[in-house]
Design a protein around this ligand. Structure first.
Ligand code: NAD
Ligand code: DAU
Length: 353
């Protein structure tokens, strides 16, 4: 049956990949894509779908009550998938306020408007509707050397970014508990793939490698992140929408833990052997560590595997080649996003570090 999706943050990294995924996967679909187009939102990520009749782009802020209400009045929204967020930990350390505004207050605004649009009686809602909050493993905090995050691991966020995502998750949960709003929360590990803004580890290292620039590794580089190719995350989100039990949290990850410096070395190796033989590990520069840096994340994905049959399809060795290949084929995209304010950002974040 045809569904109408309200996707927020659909001009960002994961959101735009999700739009591409949905349009490929579902013939009969309408997507209303709402994005404020902050520094991280980019219409170039949507160039190939802008003429698709199944996709409508609206530039708006998720905190704007009137603008979002108008969307609920104009379209028969069945699903809200909330990607819109300030997503970068380092920026949250420098300027936390906007993280509280968008990630917490923006989510609350969406919850209120979805509830109002879908409510048919006290605690009853139009059949088939659902609110999906796209969250992160960072809400669980630092793992320590052993074990994995499960859905019952207590929330223990450390950065202003993860605190804002945890606060949003608690509001979403509260709307399920208090008003019985149909919903799910997904908590995914680190994503990589096409269209990721080069403030994040993998695209930043690819870009610097291709330009023979230093590779700034925080601290000793032995912090561990659990990497998932973005298309596998998109598949998980769509499965949770279709089949997830309302009220439940689903962790998403592919058991692919790697220390940061290993990631950087694998990018160097690929670029050295396939593109530029002068690139070497001499480019690595250990810089001052991130404040409050969590040492290790690792997701236990057993629930989504057992209950919904989700499995990741892209192994890291293939995914990283696909990703570097995409950035090589899309040098113009990289040139556009790294001109202007990116230069200032880079200077502020890395000069003298
Ligand atoms: P991103 O920074 O690439 O994209 C965020 C998008 O949200 C941008 O298009 C931006 O313009 C938009 N946006 C920001 N503020 C907005 C506002 N007030 N109103 C409307 N739009 C706004 O982020 P991403 O990496 O694609 O992450 C998307 C979501 O997934 C986030 O909620 C993030 O917390 C979550 N997540 C990310 C990862 C990851 O590894 N990147 C992993 C797990 C979860
Ligand atoms: O775990 C999921 C989270 O992954 C998402 O919720 C966030 O939105 C997303 O940004 C990401 O957060 P991280 O902080 O893990 O991602 P980032 O790419 O910024 O950093 C990955 C690791 O690499 C982290 O340990 C910090 C380190 N790092 C990062 C940069 C940008 C470096 O060593 N050097 C760098 O220049």
């Amino acid at each position: 049956m045809s569904k109408t999706y309200l996707v927020t943050g659909g001009a960002g990294f994961i959101g735009s990949n999700f739009i591409h995924y949905l349009l490929e996967k579902h013939e009969d679909i309408l997507i209303v894509n709402v994005d404020k187009l902050t520094y991280a939102g980019n219409l170039e990520n949507l160039a190939s779908v802008m003429d698709d009749k199944r996709h409508v782009f609206v530039q708006a802020d998720i905190c704007d009550k009137e603008a979002i209400e108008k969307i609920f009045l104009s379209y028969p929204i069945d699903y809200v998938v909330n990607f819109a967020a300030e997503s970068h930990v380092d920026r949250s350390i420098k300027d936390p306020d906007v993280f509280a505004r968008t990630n917490v207050m923006g989510t609350l605004n969406l919850l209120n408007l979805a509830k109002a649009a879908w409510q048919t009686g006290d605690d009853t809602y139009r059949p088939g509707v659902k609110f999906l909050q796209v969250s992160t493993d960072e809400v669980y905090g630092d793992l320590g050397p052993e074990g994995f995050f499960t859905e019952t691991t207590p929330l223990d966020p450390h950065s202003p970014y993860s605190a804002s995502k945890a606060a949003a998750d608690l509001f979403v949960q509260a709307y399920g508990d208090t008003y019985r709003l149909p919903l799910n929360i997904t908590r995914c590990s680190n994503n990589y793939g096409p269209y990721q803004f080069p403030e994040k580890l993998i695209p930043l290292m690819i870009n610097n490698c291709l330009n023979g620039k230093e590779l700034p590794v925080y601290g000793d580089g032995m912090q561990v992140r659990d990497w998932l190719y973005v298309a596998d995350h998109c598949k998980a989100i769509d499965m949770v929408l279709q089949k997830g039990t309302s009220g439940e949290v689903y962790n998403v990850g592919g058991h692919n833990e790697r220390p940061n410096v290993f990631i950087v070395k694998s990018i160097i190796e690929y670029v050295r052997t396939t593109i530029d033989p002068t690139v070497s590990e001499a480019l690595i520069r250990h810089v001052v560590d991130r404040k409050g840096h969590d040492r290790r994340y690792g997701i236990d994905p057993q629930k989504i595997r057992d209950k919904l049959g989700w499995e990741p399809e892209i192994m890291f060795e293939d995914g990283i080649k696909l990703t570097i290949g995409w950035y090589l084929e899309n040098r113009k995209w990289m040139e556009h996003v790294t001109s202007g304010s990116y230069q200032k950002y880079y200077e502020q974040m890395y000069a003298g570090r």
